[in-house]
Ligand binder design. Structure first.
Ligand SMILES: [Zn+2]
Ligand SMILES: [Zn+2]
Length: 384
């Protein structure tokens, strides 16, 4: 269920100019509006399954597109078998739409060829019709070795393009140059895998093999392992074991139960798989081409900058230390700082539901140190 700071499942995947939405929980359109991505005129939505916490945002979002006057631009909603029945049930809520809506059912093991990449569905273990999704880019040709091409007498221009595309080239003197003579080793594409809801499953390990990024649900911690089994969800440790077996580059835990904060699940997972993050709302994960470095979490990367200049001016050189989700949390932090001998003030920002905590600039470092020793710092505090 949603909490004040955490919305239920939805992920926006940006690739080039494309925007793909995976799942559309209650409140998704508003979360998008609040993000730097805005609410784009999505052309495709991919549902992992039809539990309420993954689809309740659909009717509202579809109506928003209608109210914007969208007519020509179609929308395709993909989902596991049962997607059409879902839309039959939603019809009284959605009514007539002025734009074309297409519903496509995908069984596990299907592939959508999409030019620069392919989308593959795979089986998950959630006890209902459900699929995970893998976005897979093919290998890219290796780097073009200009010096080698010069030495072989390949003229500059179109001829080099032929070799770069992986085709052999016959020179004017009859010699044949093959691509491997001028191209470095093929460079791997990227792979991003989303499980949706699932107990740990060999099919997920297989689908996630060598992924750059695996978004795996971790609804529970090991303390609630029995409950995870009963409900066909995963614990953080189980998700980490999947990531370890699949040898992924980065594991992002999602779908965290409202009783957890994040850091405790990250700790549990990192004991098994070090490269684990638990993204918060409006966090961003960048997935560069492998040769350009590992995928990286950008905290608050999709959150708009706070209003420039019109925010609270420093009063007697107070500086913002952190933001908390609500007043109670902010006061908890304030109390903790008071115990450390630091007088902090609490301010509720006008346009944000977050509460800011300020400390005297001279105490900033001490306050940051005091926060470090909190058992679950990431929960109570977000960087300003
Ligand atoms: Zn579910
Ligand atoms: Zn769910």
């Amino acid at each position: 269920m949603p909490t004040a700071r955490r919305a239920p499942a939805a992920f926006l995947l940006r690739r080039g100019g494309e925007r793909l939405l995976f799942d559309c929980a209650e409140g998704t359109q508003r979360q998008l509006q609040r993000s730097t991505a805005g609410l784009p005129d999505l052309e495709e939505i991919f549902l992992t399954h039809f539990h309420a916490d993954h689809v309740l945002g659909l009717p509202g979002m579809l109506k928003t597109f209608a109210l914007r006057g969208r007519e020509a631009l179609g929308l395709t909603v993909h989902g596991p078998p049962g997607a059409r029945a879902l839309f039959a049930n939603l019809r009284p809520l959605i009514g007539r739409l002025p734009y074309p809506l297409r519903v496509v059912e995908l069984a596990p093991g299907e592939t959508l060829e999409r030019g620069e990449y392919r989308l593959e569905t795979f089986a998950v273990d959630h006890g209902v019709a459900a699929v995970g999704y893998a976005l897979v880019e093919p290998d890219r040709p290796g780097r073009f070795d200009v010096a080698a091409a010069d030495a072989l007498g390949v003229p500059a221009g179109e001829e080099r393009g032929i070799l770069q595309r992986g085709e052999p080239l016959t020179l004017s003197d009859g010699r044949v140059v093959t691509p491997d003579e001028v191209l470095g080793p093929a460079r791997p594409g990227r792979k991003v895998v989303l499980t949706g809801d699932s107990a740990p499953s060999p099919s997920v390990v297989q689908a996630a093999y060598k992924a750059d990024l695996l978004l795996h649900e971790a609804t529970f911690s090991e303390e609630e392992k029995d409950r995870a089994r009963d409900t066909l969800h995963a614990t953080a440790a189980e998700a980490a074991e999947v990531a370890r077996l699949a040898d992924v580059r980065l594991l992002a835990l999602t779908h965290v139960s409202s009783r957890y904060f994040g850091p405790e699940l990250a700790r549990e997972a990192r004991a098994i798989f070090r490269e684990t993050v638990v993204p918060r709302d409006f966090d961003l994960i960048e997935v560069p081409f492998p040769e350009r470095g590992p995928p990286q979490l950008v905290p608050r990367g999709a959150r708009p900058e706070r209003g420039g200049g019109n925010m609270i001016e420093p009063m007697s050189r107070m500086v913002q230390l952190a933001t908390a989700g609500d007043v109670a949390e902010a006061e908890e932090l304030q109390e903790m700082l008071r115990n450390a001998g630091i007088e902090a003030t609490v301010e509720q920002a006008v346009e944000e539901d977050a509460v800011s905590v300020f400390v005297p600039e001279s105490s900033l470092e001490a306050a940051q140190d005091a926060i470090e020793v909190l058992s679950e710092p990431d929960d109570i505090i977000a960087e300003p």
